[in-house]
Design a protein around this ligand. Structure first.
Ligand SMILES: [Zn+2]
Length: 152
């Protein structure tokens, strides 16, 4: 499997540890969006696209994020420590689940290596005069044109 296209969208410098959003194309046939480059304690790493885990409100059974303090639906106060049940180890809470991820360490390492190289190149590119950030497919082009020209 080859990454036939990599798009890196750098985050503003005030975004904390989140450094970039990435989208990758696998063998020219499948796109995976929302990979993230995060500045970790041991250097930048790639996070796979993930969703926040949910559980059900004991009163109305609406789904809420594990860290939610109140139910979205009925407003009941939720037990703030309930996410502790999903511990994966002494220091690791399970609050997110991957939507897509490599099935072995070798592939994970290769994807990470290629994305970090593309990330470094994008940073390099961003220092050039006239740099235009890579548009992501979540951007709405018509809207950004409107904002740029100041038209309402
Ligand atoms: Zn509820």
């Amino acid at each position: 499997m080859h990454l036939t296209e990599i798009k890196i969208h750098l985050c503003p410098s005030d975004s904390g540890r989140l450094k970039a959003f990435c989208s990758i194309t696998l063998d020219g046939e499948m796109v995976v969006r929302d990979l993230k480059i995060i500045d970790g304690d041991a250097g930048p790493f790639v996070a796979m696209p993930s969703r926040k885990l949910c559980d059900h409100c004991p009163r109305c059974h609406e789904k809420n994020h594990l860290r939610a303090r109140f139910c979205n639906q009925c407003g009941s106060r939720l037990n703030e420590n309930r996410h502790q049940r999903y511990r994966m180890g002494p220091d690791r809470l399970k609050l997110h689940a991957d939507i897509a991820h490599p099935v072995n360490a070798r592939t994970r390492a290769r994807i990470e290596q290629e994305l970090l190289a593309a990330f470094a190149m994008e940073i390099e590119r961003s220092h050039q005069p006239g740099y235009v950030p890579t548009p992501m497919d979540t951007d709405v082009p018509e809207l950004s044109v409107m904002f740029k020209t100041g038209a309402a």
